[in-house]
Design a protein around this ligand. Structure first.
Ligand code: PXL
Length: 274
């Protein structure tokens, strides 16, 4: 059996279950090889009051140059901290687009949430992220990110289906072939809307009132793994929705703090056949 191989570009936060910690666990458990490219190391994610941070931008070009002869079935990028890092990811994609195996490119444009950009996100980074998403086969923005990418006014997480479709159209106009717009609030549900091959699909799950950090990273990691295993985007999104619901159910039972993220360890084994 051939194991698909994914290059994952993201930061490594030692505590708090997000970014590479999540990607490595989740994608491996789903049966896909993960090759991490760390963009920075943090002792904890930025939602904690204190954390140690060290930027690894200058390590990235020699690190990825040493991988020139490796071929990847997929390249998945998450949180990026500067214009320089976004450009490094674009170069890495360009270098591997001509490989015998053309990698499937997933860009999770981690830029902000609840109508606000992360404080590190400059205007120049927004411009550069628009260029990066145009190179992707699939992007997974939340509503905030979709609004910033398309220059649309943010009106909250509760949007109509026609507004969501409008956002998707604008994102497609930027050049993204397949899009999952995540986190649309509809009454007591959370809806993820998939646009793929000209079709729209909806995945609806019961919405927990508490929001755990790192959920977006679990979502993109599950989607990445199952697409590389041959699932359609809509199928992969359904699996991600199911896995997140299962993990959150488990977390609520344990009662751990929201900042520690979703306790997925006890259910990781279920990813194989979810
Ligand atoms: O889950 C997104 C994320 C990734 N990386 C770092 C973060 C966060 C969210 O807070 O702090 C460092």
């Amino acid at each position: 059996m051939r194991i698909p191989r994914a290059a994952c570009i993201n930061d490594l936060s030692g505590f708090g279950r997000c970014s590479l910690t999540t990607a490595i666990s989740v994608i491996s458990a789903a049966g896909v090889q993960v090759c991490p490219v760390p963009t920075a190391i943090l002792s904890k994610h930025t939602g904690f009051d204190s954390f140690y941070f060290s930027d690894l931008t200058d390590c990235m070009p020699p690190y990825t140059t040493d991988w020139r002869e490796l071929e990847f079935d997929g390249i998945y990028s998450g949180f990026l901290g500067s214009v320089k890092q976004i450009k490094i990811v674009e170069n890495f994609i360009n270098e591997h687009k001509s490989d015998k195996i053309t990698p499937y490119i997933i860009v999770d444009p981690v830029m902000g949430d609840k109508g606000r950009l992360y404080p590190t996100y400059t205007l120049e980074m927004q411009r550069e992220m628009r260029s990066l998403v145009s190179r992707a086969d699939l992007i997974t923005p939340n509503i905030t990110e979709a609004c910033f990418l398309t220059g649309t006014e943010y009106t909250g997480e509760e949007i109509s289906i026609s507004f969501a479709e409008e956002l998707i159209k604008k994102l497609a106009f930027l050049g993204c072939g397949q899009i999952v717009l995540t986190g649309i609030v509809k009454d007591s549900n959370i809806v993820n809307m998939t646009f793929s091959d000209g079709n729209i699909a909806i995945d609806k799950r019961y919405r927990e009132s508490r929001v755990f950090s790192g959920t977006g990273d679990i979502f993109a990691s599950v989607v990445c793994a199952f697409i590389l295993k041959g699932a359609s985007v809509a199928e992969a999104v359904e699996k991600a929705g199911k896995f997140i619901s299962l993990s959150i159910e488990n977390t609520l039972k344990l009662g751990t703090p929201l900042s520690e993220g979703v306790v997925f360890e006890p259910v990781l084994h279920m990813l194989r056949d979810i």
